[in-house]
Write a protein that binds this ligand. Structure first.
Ligand code: PBG
Length: 343
């Protein structure tokens, strides 16, 4: 009993009695012992770098809401791909910002063999054959309404969209994409894309399904990056998964695997670690997270304000993905973290 209070302490057992002499701090006492028992590691091999493309030449435009992120014209994107390959980053994922005049109600420009995505794949494949190229077949960069599918009478029509994205996937494969990553969440898209790729001689092109893409607020800055922010009317709730649902996410993933997906992705990342963990547990399939634009911007904004250590927060979030069961992470931090891991 101390002199300030009448709280009884004399019956508290000794710590050794309480823990049975187990001391979990023992292994934490020094950097060398912490290194010995570290269970998960972040490696450059875990990184996929999403990059934004813009038309023209010698253009590098900052994305305002994503400090340190730019849109590159194809010539500069090739140089960025070279830089990424030198850093040891295994793959990049490209997202185009095309001229507004080329966007229409059906996103028809996705079927142009020479559209911005396909031009970039061709140039990058020719100059940097050692880096993997991942392309998305969603229609949102190509529609004048910012939706991922064909919009008719206020409805995103499923089957017509699927037919179009399957065709687009073949064009992307022909241009050099190694992995098709469909993000538009239409029913039946994985099977249709697999059929189309196989029928056109692209059996070796893999599919990374955005199996569980949630209807999330964290995509905001991306929409600035590809110029759909001002276009999008309404929301994407009729095709993306409700953030409240877990079982539905499992059903989505299971369906995509049945249809032929080689890899799964969960998006966004950090708010959905439970989904990553559950999918990896349930399916034992290569599983990826997309640490999306809003997640990147939050860390950058807080760091810019001096509210947290941006570098430490970045590394901690990426390690958290590994701990949850990810085989890799799509992250705008990729070059920054690859450089750090090298040094
Ligand atoms: C849409 C798409 C989105 C992202 C990539 N492709 C989401 C959306 O705009 O609805 C988001 C990526 C990010 O936020 O970093 N097919």
């Amino acid at each position: 009993m101390n002199k300030f209070s009448r709280i009884k302490t004399d019956t508290i057992r000794s710590v050794d009695e309480i823990t049975g002499s187990r001391r979990l701090r023992r292994m934490r006492k020094a950097p060398w012992s912490r290194r010995l028992v570290q269970e998960n590691h972040l490696r450059v091999d875990d990184l996929i770098w999403p990059i934004f493309l813009v038309e023209g030449e010698d253009r590098k435009e900052p994305v305002e809401a994503m400090p340190g992120v730019f849109r590159y014209s194809v010539d500069l994107a090739v140089r960025e791909a070279e830089r990424a390959a030198k850093l040891g980053i295994p793959a990049i994922a490209t997202f185009p910002n095309i001229g507004l005049g080329k966007r229409d109600a059906t996103g028809s420009a996705i079927l142009d063999p020479d559209n911005l995505i396909n031009q970039a794949s061709r140039s990058i494949k020719a100059a940097v054959p050692e880096i993997g190229i991942i392309t998305d077949v969603a229609l949102d960069p190509f529609t004048n309404h910012g939706h991922d599918g064909i919009l008719r009478d206020g409805i995103i029509v499923n089957d017509e969209t699927v037919a179009q994205v399957a065709e687009a996937a073949v064009l992307q494969a022909a241009a050099g994409a190694d992995i098709i990553a469909p993000s538009e969440m239409m029913d039946g898209r994985i099977g249709a894309i697999r059929d189309a790729l196989d029928a056109n001689g692209f059996q070796d092109v893999a599919i990374m399904s955005y199996a569980t893409k949630f209807a999330s607020a964290f995509y905001g800055p991306y929409r600035e990056a590809i110029g759909t922010g001002g276009l999008l009317k309404g929301d994407k709730k009729t095709y993306y998964v409700d953030p409240a649902n877990t079982d539905e996410a499992v059903r989505e993933a299971e369906q995509d695997l049945l249809e032929g997906a080689d890899m799964l992705m969960v998006k966004p990342g950090l708010p959905y670690l439970d989904i990553i963990h559950r999918l990896k547990d349930e399916f034992s399939i290569p599983t990826f997270a997309y640490q999306v634009s809003g997640e990147y911007s939050m860390i950058k904004a807080a760091a810019a304000n001096g509210w947290l250590d941006g570098e430490k927060a970045m590394l901690e979030t990426l390690l958290a993905f590994k701990r949850a069961g990810c085989d890799g992470i799509l992250t705008y931090f990729a070059p920054e973290v690859a450089q750090l891991l090298r040094d």
